[in-house]
Design a protein around this ligand. Structure first.
Ligand code: UDP
Ligand code: MG
Length: 325
């Protein structure tokens, strides 16, 4: 539980420390220039800042590039995870080690416009605890991706009343929101959903998703579907209730059909009924399989939570300016 001593009553001033947390996976070609671009915005706006850059087990030269960056910049902390744990886990690692009074989470590919940072900080200074970047336009996305995203948000909203709408992972969190987030114990995490669940005074700022500076998105359709299933089953047990509902509807149908069949039999009008039997078998069979599948997903979730393995493992870290790097 978040205790009251974790809630700072400090007045918010412009010289508060801003931590920028960035999960990074295979971004060797542009990570240096991305960080420089973001840093220029921070310097121009006279902000006090630190970077927490988490290498999510990249297999390319990203770690070397990060080491080069940290070599002569003591604003930078770089953390290397032991393997690719996924963006959400990398974010957790970053939030864990960010020391700022406010923490900004953004992507490494400049799709989240750094130019918006001063406006987000101003909103924090006004007293908002959670300043969220909302996608005004979604940039160039494949049609299928767009439809899937819409469908996914709709299901989450209908089943758990968490409105993710055009939400993004581009967020500025006050220290107390970070502390509250760290209290959440679950292993399967979905940052966008979690921060919506947390509440707090929030402000939304619209932005247009920029083109990726380089490289390509790390999310294949399969990976996205997996994330969507994980997110839906993390936030709602509605699919399980649907199974019960489906069971009840099928029971009523079975009752009606049963009565009709008996009636036909006793009145001597019974036909061969082969097609009906096959159809019923197929429908009931697939309904049972689907239901078992849904229960299985929840079971897997429970299994993973019960194992309580850490969300990530760190294999190395370097604080900027350290001689050893
Ligand atoms: N990312 C990560 N681990 C992963 C996949 C992605 O840390 O397994 C990082 C990636 O380097 C980037 C951010 O998460 O900083 C968003 O990834 P990407 O641009 O591929 O996602 P999209 O913008 O297409 O949603
Ligand atoms: Mg991106």
């Amino acid at each position: 539980m978040i205790t009251i001593d974790k809630i700072t009553k400090k007045t918010r001033t412009k010289n508060a420390l801003l931590s920028i947390v960035i999960p990074i996976y295979q971004e060797e070609s542009h990570i240096k220039s991305s960080i420089k671009t973001i840093e220029n915005v921070l310097i121009e706006d006279n902000l006090v800042y630190e970077f927490v850059l988490v290498d999510d087990g990249s297999k390319d030269n990203t770690w070397e590039e990060l080491k080069n960056l940290a070599k002569d910049n003591d604003h930078i902390l770089i953390i290397r995870l032991s393997r690719n744990f996924g963006k959400e886990s990398a974010l957790c690692a970053g939030l864990e080690y960010a020391k700022g009074d406010m923490v900004l989470v953004m992507d490494a590919d400049l799709q989240h416009p750094p130019g918006l940072i001063p406006e987000m900080v101003s909103a924090w200074l006004e007293g908002y605890d959670l300043v969220e970047g909302i996608k005004h336009s979604r940039g160039k996305e494949k049609f299928l991706y767009r439809v899937c995203a819409k469908f996914f948000y709709y299901i989450i909203y209908k089943s758990s009343e968490i409105n993710l709408g055009q939400a993004s992972d581009f967020k500025l969190l006050d220290r107390k929101v970070v502390e509250a987030w760290k209290e959440l114990p679950e292993r399967a995490i979905f940052f966008r959903g979690m921060s919506a669940w947390l509440g707090f005074d929030r402000k939304e700022i619209e932005f247009d998703v920029e083109e990726r500076v380089n490289g390509s998105s790390k999310w294949s359709l399969l990976r996205l579907i997996k994330l969507a299933i994980s997110a839906i089953t993390s936030y709602t047990s509605v699919p399980l209730h649907c199974i019960t509902l489906m069971g009840i509807i099928m029971f009523i149908g079975a009752l009606i059909l049963g009565i009709q069949t008996l009636f036909m039999k006793f009145s001597g009008k019974a036909s061969d009924g082969f097609t009906t039997v096959i159809l019923l078998l197929l429908i009931i069979g697939s309904a049972i399989m689907t239901s078992l599948g849904i229960i299985g997903i929840y079971l897997t979730k429970i299994y993973q939570e019960v194992k309580s393995r850490p969300r990530y493992l760190i294999s190395d870290y370097i604080r900027g300016g350290d001689k050893k790097c």
